[in-house]
Write a protein that binds this ligand. Structure first.
Ligand SMILES: *Cc1c(COP(=O)(O)O)cnc(C)c1O
Length: 482
């Protein structure tokens, strides 16, 4: 588009925006089992929306100019510290999302280690293979070396001994998850906490997806192993509000054991001619909307509301898990500690299964094979999922039957031998574009072109070495965005 010479009428604007939405996944109604979290309570969504727009224009750049934002953030930090069994020294920072929270934990650890030992070598971060991509992104952005450690191939939980063996003089941070996104399991946090403490190394628990809801599962009598500040070695925890806190997007928190650690997260700059900058997190100017809506929604739902949500999610999760464990063609991966479940299959192509489900209006998320984790179907269960789970499982059963009758994919087999012979270093941008075109991916007039069925592409990506998958996706996005 070009900037219109004369501003458009608001009807035209909203009609256009609505039309743009035509191919988006549904965000409400329980048919989308990833990306969105639906509390199934319209009045809660309305409260979040209202608070978001109420503080749309306030700028979080300077909380002394907008004390309301300081107050709301401190309220949420106090709540979070309590929620995670922290004492009154526990402190935190509101952030734009889980990725920002995780990246800050890494930046803080790096800067604290360098301050204590300026002569040290390149800082290292220990990551179990199940740790979220956000930590890889942090290592990439902040120049740390990644040291990856294996997980148990049946439980998908981090191996404490492997973590201990990976420690060097340059280790600045150990990461573990409660729960991991891929398989929904809690790593052995107490054991890893002891290793971190013994070696005087900071230990971050990634509770982005788990930390908010797990305490409510515990209260409902579920077995939840201890992952929070009750574990002495834990020095920071990330926790998203915009996942299982059911608040609008743009809301997460990084929580620290004390201010002596957190100060290494802050950044100030007085070396320019403009206003002096002091930032607690990565963003500088930022809307007060996400913070206000998070404040509003957690207060609107309250403890009883979250307990009810946890109860509903558990009920749906139990139904899903029992379906998977009783079905001869699919296999549950690990024993999920929460309402994130993944399954794989030895007999049906799970990428075709995802396509079949999509045709029936269900969105399930593909996860590619990596290390000991086979390619699988990931399902995040939210409160609204309970209304839909019976219908979803009945369709899933039908779709598995359809996939069972499919011919073996000979195209994929020949691709497999082709991929085995590829030399990644010889591939240039043009070769990738050609590969994308063969796979049916591309763009026309700035719109991404995807084939109706993604099984072919997912199957191909699943076979590629991870570096090539990454390169393919970068070329694809570099093409679809103008
Ligand atoms: C979602 C998630 C993240 C990243 O959070 P975003 O809000 O998507 O940036 C990090 N860790 C875990 C365990 C997650 O589930």
């Amino acid at each position: 588009m070009k900037l219109p010479d004369k501003g458009l009428d608001s009807n035209v604007i909203f009609e256009t925006l609505s039309a743009y939405r035509k191919h988006d996944l549904a965000t409400r109604g329980g048919r989308t089992w990833a990306y969105v979290y639906d509390s199934d309570r319209a009045e809660i969504e309305e409260i979040g929306r209202k608070a978001y727009t109420m503080f749309l224009s306030e700028n979080g750049l300077d909380p002394t100019a907008f004390p309301s934002l300081l107050k709301m953030e401190n309220d949420l930090i106090e709540m979070a510290a309590h929620h995670l069994n922290g004492d009154n020294r526990v402190c935190g920072t509101f952030t734009s999302g889980g990725t920002e929270s995780c990246m800050l934990a890494v930046k803080t650890a790096r800067d604290m280690a360098l301050a204590n030992n300026p002569e040290m070598g390149r800082p290292e971060i220990i990551l179990p293979v199940t740790a979220h991509a956000a930590f890889h992104k942090a290592a990439h952005y902040f120049g740390l070396k990644k040291v990856m450690t294996p997980v148990d191939p049946t439980t998908y939980k981090a191996e404490p001994r492997a973590i201990r063996d990976a420690i060097t003089n340059n280790t600045v941070l150990i990461v573990a998850s409660a729960v991991s996104y891929a398989h929904g399991v809690i790593d052995p946090i107490e054991e890893i906490g002891r290793i971190a403490e013994e070696n005087g190394i900071l230990f971050h628990v990634d509770g982005c997806v788990g930390a908010f809801l797990l305490p409510f599962f515990e209260e409902l009598g579920r077995q939840v192993s201890v992952f929070d500040f009750r574990v002495p070695g834990v020095t920071s925890i990330s926790m998203d509000f915009h996942k299982y806190g059911y608040t609008p997007k743009g809301a997460s928190m990084i929580i620290y054991r004390n201010r002596a650690i957190r100060r290494f997260q802050y950044y100030a700059c007085a070396e320019w001619t403009g206003y002096t900058v002091i930032n607690t997190a990565i963003q500088s100017s930022k809307s007060g909307g996400p913070l206000a809506s998070a404040w509003a929604v957690v207060n609107a739902i309250g403890r009883d509301g979250y307990l009810d949500i946890a109860r509903r999610s558990l009920k749906a999760t139990d139904k899903l898990i029992s379906f998977i464990t009783n079905h001869p063609d699919i296999d549950l991966m690990g024993q999920p500690d929460m309402c994130l479940v993944s399954f794989t299959s030895g007999s049906v192509n799970i990428f075709h299964l995802i396509d079949e489900m999509k045709q029936k209006g269900w969105y399930l998320q593909p996860q590619l094979a990596y290390d000991c984790s086979k390619e699988n179907v990931h399902i995040s269960i939210d409160s609204a999922g309970l209304n839909q789970v019976d219908e979803m499982l009945s369709d899933l059963s039908d779709c598995i039957n359809v996939c069972n009758k499919m011919e073996a994919d000979h195209g994929l087999l020949s691709l497999q031998s082709m991929v085995a012979q590829l030399d990644p270093s010889s591939l240039d941008e043009k070769a990738f574009s050609q590969m994308l075109a063969i796979a049916g991916l591309g763009s026309v007039d700035g719109e991404a072109v995807l084939p109706d069925r993604l099984a072919g592409i997912n199957g191909a990506l699943n076979l590629l070495p991870p570096e090539l998958t990454e390169q393919c996706l970068i070329e694809f996005f570099n093409g679809i965005f103008r």
